[in-house]
Design a protein around this ligand. Structure first.
Ligand code: GDP
Ligand code: MG
Length: 441
């Protein structure tokens, strides 16, 4: 007994020892969360090794919130792991580009091809779709249906069995039609077979794509590394899209896919519908991997930058979860101020990545001002409505006239609102601190 007491005392007088223990416990806890999020075992181990190098035990000993210091170190380490150090090819309007999709059957290629086309169509591109999946019966019908709904030109065949031939024909046809984004969907079969990879190699060789996108199911887990690597070896994969992030999957396999292909994640799929597609935003993704929820980073930020007496009001609005156009207008005002509150809103998932992408803040501001001008022509009832059916065609036309913009601009603004409202709805029922202060959460 005497021995253990003196040992405990010795430990307490030596802060470094205690912090070593805290660090170990914290890392174990975080590692468990990452493994549950399907991060590959080896990557979790690498992360641990790196954190031990980065986290300085003396800083830790001096810091008041050790857990938070460690968590932040892990957070930025995971962000680094998702950053391969080079950007993906970005198609340019009016300049013909070819983008080829690869991935296993069922990963979501065909669905994602159409989402990708639609996303660019909304940005003013002239996309087109080529179905080079001749393996699965019904593949062409599926693409045809998706493309027709989105009014995107498509090419394929029920008879032809050579995917290379179809890909080349489709390419020729759409080059003639001046499509500036020709998207090639391919077969995936159901497992990794030599024949599949040979086929991908041939299609890529014949079509010389500007970008090959590897599509992976967000729930794929430990198999992600080998799968991504196998595709990388048959075609020069330059970007990753993670699908089915609307389910329980946390998408930890994305870390493996980035490592195996040395390419960034560019979008995530968040549903079966054509507009359930988001630009990849690393911070909310990592928060989710760590089990911190979408709002983990946001909460820290609110606490750091916002005067304590303003926190309760903001939290109440977040918890309410009703996102009217008026609330959006107020948030735009905040965002333009870029004061503390602006910083908070720029952290909301979907706000910064789409509205104010890094390096394009000027354009982002111009867009937000344009949206606000449009909203200035709305009635109070329109601004405060929670009924999505209220915006009839005649109202949209009146708003366009009133603000001196095109109907298309108004539609664009309303689409953006819908997208943000959907993100906002995730915050409904946010846990409120008892006395309204963030530090008590
Ligand atoms: P492919 O075989 O790779 O072409 O995959 P498909 O595009 O045919 O998709 C397979 C299934 O996954 C279909 O039922 C899709 O509707 C579904 N799917 C694709 N992406 C998503 C997504 O982001 N979320 C959800 N919930 N389902 C998706
Ligand atoms: Mg398919």
């Amino acid at each position: 007994l005497g021995g253990s007491i003196s040992r405990a005392l010795a430990q307490m007088s030596n802060a470094t020892v205690i912090d070593e223990k805290v660090l170990g416990e914290c890392l174990n806890e975080i590692s468990r969360a990452l493994l549950q999020s399907d991060v590959q075992f080896k990557m979790v181990r690498d992360m641990q090794t790196n954190i031990r190098k980065i986290v300085n035990l003396e800083t830790l000993a001096a810091g008041t919130n050790k857990r938070r210091i460690i968590q932040q170190a892990v957070f930025s380490e995971l962000c680094n792991m998702l950053d391969p150090g080079k950007a993906a090819f970005i198609p340019k309007k009016g300049k013909p580009s070819v983008v080829m999709f690869v991935g296993l059957q069922g990963s979501g290629k065909t669905t994602t091809c159409t989402k990708y086309a639609y996303y660019h169509q909304r940005k003013g591109f002239k996309p087109s779709l080529v179905c080079a999946d001749t393996f699965r019966a019904g593949a062409f019908d599926q693409l045809k249906q998706n493309a027709t709904k989105a009014k995107i030109p498509f090419y394929g065949s029920y008879m032809e069995s050579d995917p290379v031939k179809i890909a080349v024909e489709g390419l020729e046809r759409f080059r003639k039609e001046n499509s500036d984004l020709i998207i090639i969907d391919t077969s995936g079969r159901h497992k990794q077979e030599a024949a599949l990879f040979e086929e991908m190699r041939q299609v890529a060789e014949a079509t010389k794509p500007d970008l090959v996108i590897f599509v992976m199911d967000g729930s794929i887990g430990q198999a992600a590394f080998d799968q991504a690597q196998a595709f990388k070896q048959s075609a020069a994969v330059g970007a990753v899209i993670v699908t089915k992030m609307d389910g329980h999957a946390k998408g930890g396999g994305a870390l493996s896919a980035v490592a195996a292909t040395k390419s960034p994640v560019i979008f995530i799929g968040t549903g079966e519908h054509i507009d359930e597609f988001e630009v990849f935003d690393v911070k909310p993704f990592v928060s989710r991997l760590l089990g911190m929820g979408d709002l983990g980073g946001l909460m820290d930020k609110i606490q750091d930058v916002m005067p304590a007496d303003q926190q309760p009001e903001l939290l109440a609005k977040l918890a309410e979860g009703t996102f009217t156009l008026r609330l959006l207008y107020e948030q735009f005002q905040n965002l333009l101020k870029m004061g503390p509150i602006g910083q908070v809103f720029s952290m909301l998932p979907g706000f910064s990545s789409e509205l104010m992408p890094k390096g394009h803040e000027k354009e982002g501001q111009a867009k937000i001002k344009r949206y606000m001008t449009i909203m200035d022509s709305m009635t109070d009832a329109e601004l405060d409505s929670t009924n999505p059916k209220l915006m009839t065609e005649s109202r949209v036309m009146r708003i366009a006239r009133g603000s001196g913009r095109q109907v298309r601009d108004v539609m664009d603004m309303l689409e953006e609102y819908k997208r943000l409202a959907k993100m906002w709805s995730k915050m409904k029922g946010l846990k409120m601190p008892k006395n309204g202060k963030m530090s008590d959460l």
